[in-house]
Write a protein that binds this ligand. Structure first.
Ligand SMILES: [Zn+2]
Length: 199
């Protein structure tokens, strides 16, 4: 039986991985809700009731003298103060959010698939990969700017690089390799987005 439970914050960002015993007690104490594949949430009583109606649960079941309950695979915290706080990590997601999913050159808004991270001072000229030199840009602007300075490319930065001032809820940064369960996948296809970037 695999024993880890993915913990999400209230916004459904993955923040933690915890043993199932702890996960169930968080739900029991009403600090967390169980999350199913349809993003529905359950309190302890609802989850226990649902557990009686299912014959097969991927996480397995735990039995007490009076009832049995399915072991959740994903839970979400109900309160912000249960979150780890930290500096805003230099991650793709945080960079995109910091610039509001705008291209910093043309100022238009894009989906994540259409945005790139762009070195204002090109890397080939010693430009750093940090908040002071990285902006988001759309593909056309990215191609046009290429390995030049904005001024050389005849472009202007509508949004200047800056470091976020907010202290976001620290999303879990996946450093250690571990087995990602299928049920976690939808919440952490964000591994890509939440991985701290190497300078
Ligand atoms: Zn653009």
């Amino acid at each position: 039986m695999s024993t880890d439970v993915l913990v999400l914050n209230r916004n459904f960002y993955a923040v933690h991985i915890t043993p199932w015993q702890r996960a169930l007690s968080l739900v029991y104490l009403d600090h967390a809700r169980v999350v199913d594949e349809e993003y529905r949430t359950y309190n302890f009583d609802d989850w226990r009731e649902l557990s009686q109606m299912t014959a097969n649960h991927p996480g397995g079941y735990v039995s007490t003298p009076s009832f049995r309950i399915a072991i959740p695979e994903v839970i979400s915290l109900r309160s912000y103060d249960k979150l780890p706080v930290g500096d805003v990590k230099f991650t793709r997601r945080n960079i995109y959010e910091h610039y509001g999913y705008h291209c910093c050159y043309c100022g238009r808004k894009f989906g994540t698939q259409e945005l790139n991270l762009e070195h204002v001072l090109p890397r080939s000229r010693g430009g750093r990969t940090d908040w002071s030199n990285i902006v988001t840009s759309c593909m056309p602007c990215n191609l046009r700017k290429a390995d030049k300075l904005p001024v050389e490319a005849g472009m202007k930065l509508l949004i200047k690089p800056s470091k976020p001032k907010w202290r976001g809820s620290a999303s879990l940064v996946f450093r250690a390799p571990f087995k990602i369960k299928a049920s976690w996948q939808r919440f952490i296809d964000t591994v890509y987005w939440n991985t701290e970037l190497e300078p």
